[in-house]
Design a binder for this molecule. Structure first.
Ligand SMILES: Cc1cc2nc3c(=O)[nH]c(=O)nc-3n(C[C@H](O)[C@H](O)[C@H](O)COP(=O)(O)OP(=O)(O)OC[C@H]3O[C@@H](n4cnc5c(N)ncnc54)[C@H](O)[C@@H]3O)c2cc1C
Length: 387
């Protein structure tokens, strides 16, 4: 037991539930899902039954009403078993659910939060476009008023779970081409796949996270009822940025789970693998690797939990969430690289789990803001005397 993990009774019970679920429903299948790039939609209902798709939603909406620290503990555990399931859980809990909870009307909350919490529908988040990634405010998807509703046209790119989602929080320009207002001319819309003109486009064939479906979404003269606009039609980008603070903590926990799994595999292998007549773990060169892996993992978890605890106290944690994401994701990339080194040639094959962890780790440095973008956020805060 890690003495740095001081768990409440609830947290202990949630972790036990997560571990049992991973052992029965994820770990035995993760390698095959990865090989087949297969997304198993039955996971959504199963995670929903456990309450893992509404961890921070209020009990009034069938959520578990838990704090961020407890949610991130569960997310680390699920991600250690399979990061593809981790990203599903992270996006669903952090982005569409929180956006509707924070900025939705009572009617929008009543319609969507219960089904999201119970896992009856999966949530997705559509900000990026083929030509608007880090500079997401340069998006081109356009929403034009049409009576009491809107007509949306455009293409969203890289949307996790976009082809299976029952609700997609999508950003589109509400300003006009002759009066562009940058990030202040973007609205957020609650989309459902039954809207006429909604199409699922190209599916990406990815290096890692292969069991997480990543697709383009095409809006072709899609008519969206007025009641599906979230809040102020000009503030969607601001809402997305506020919620990304939540999302970045989730991706940090996902990366932490990947790193921890790689460390555990490497430590077990080092105790078993014999060279020069002894376990390789007896060589100082290997012990130093394990020592550095364990140190960085515990540092990442401590930073994540301290930041989440501050968030639970209601404090703004923007740049600290960026630090968590930056540090945990670079830790995951570094630890998985070291884990392959500990396994030697075997680590480079699909016979052992560390090459999958290495491939899965890479994307955590890219989505929900690349490492470069996190450094920009942290650097700007530092110049203002924060950090
Ligand atoms: C598997 C996967 C799942 C995803 N899921 C979603 C999703 O569900 N919803 C969604 O909306 N998006 C999603 N994304 C998109 C993701 O958020 C973007 O890929 C990411 O924001 C980077 O954008 P880009 O790929 O266009 O890279 P670019 O923005 O083109 O960046 C290319 C490189 O330039 C660097 N760069 C850019 N600007 C600067 C700068 N100012 N200073 C220094 N360096 C800079 C970047 O850091 C990067 O290294 C997903 C992406 C992937 C790969």
């Amino acid at each position: 037991m890690n003495p740095l993990l001081h768990l409440t009774e609830t947290q202990g019970a949630i972790l036990d539930t997560a571990r049992a679920f991973c052992a029965a429903e994820i770990a035995p299948f993760a390698a095959q899902w990865d090989r087949d790039a297969h997304f198993d939609p039955t996971l959504v209902g199963k995670l929903g039954e456990l309450g893992f798709l509404g961890m921070m939603l209020p009990e009034a909406y069938d959520g578990l009403g838990l704090d961020a620290v407890t949610y991130l503990l569960a997310l680390e555990e699920i991600s250690a078993a399979d990061a593809s399931v981790g990203v599903l859980m992270s996006v669903h809990n952090s982005l569409p659910s929180q956006l509707i909870l924070k900025f939705g009307t009572d009617a929008q909350k009543a319609e969507f939060l219960g089904p999201l919490a119970r896992g009856e529908i999966l949530g997705a988040f559509a900000l990026s476009e083929p030509d608007a990634g880090s500079d997401a405010a340069s998006m081109r998807a356009q929403a034009v008023r049409d009576g009491d509703g809107w007509i949306l046209n455009g293409t969203k790119a890289w949307i996790s779970a976009g082809g299976h989602a029952g609700v997609i929080l999508a950003m589109a320009r509400t300003d006009t081409p002759d009066a562009r207002r940058g990030s202040k001319g973007i609205g957020a819309f609650i989309l459902t796949p039954d809207l006429p003109g909604f199409k699922v486009g190209k599916k990406e064939n990815k290096m890692g996270l292969r069991a997480s479906e990543t697709v383009q979404l095409v809006f072709d003269n899609m008519r969206v009822p007025g009641c599906r606009l979230l809040g102020d039609p000009a503030q969607g980008f601001a809402y997305a940025l506020q919620t990304l603070e939540h999302g970045r903590l989730g991706i940090a926990a996902q990366a932490l789970g990947i790193a921890r799994a790689a460390f555990e595999h490497a430590a077990a292998y080092a105790a078993e693998r014999q060279q020069f007549g002894r376990p390789i773990g007896e060589f100082q060169g290997i012990q130093f690797k394990l020592a550095d892996m364990a140190t960085r993992i515990n540092a990442a978890r401590s930073l994540i939990h301290a930041t989440a605890a501050a968030k639970d106290r209601g404090l703004p944690v923007g740049e600290y969430a960026s630090m968590c994401k930056l540090f945990a994701t670079e830790t995951a990339m570094w630890v998985t690289t070291q884990a392959i080194q500990v396994f030697g040639g075997y680590g480079y094959t699909t016979d052992y789990p560390v090459e999958k962890l290495f491939r899965d780790a890479k994307v955590t440095e890219i989505y929900e803001g690349t490492s470069e973008i996190q450094r920009i956020v942290i650097g700007r805060a530092a110049l203002k005397g924060r950090g």
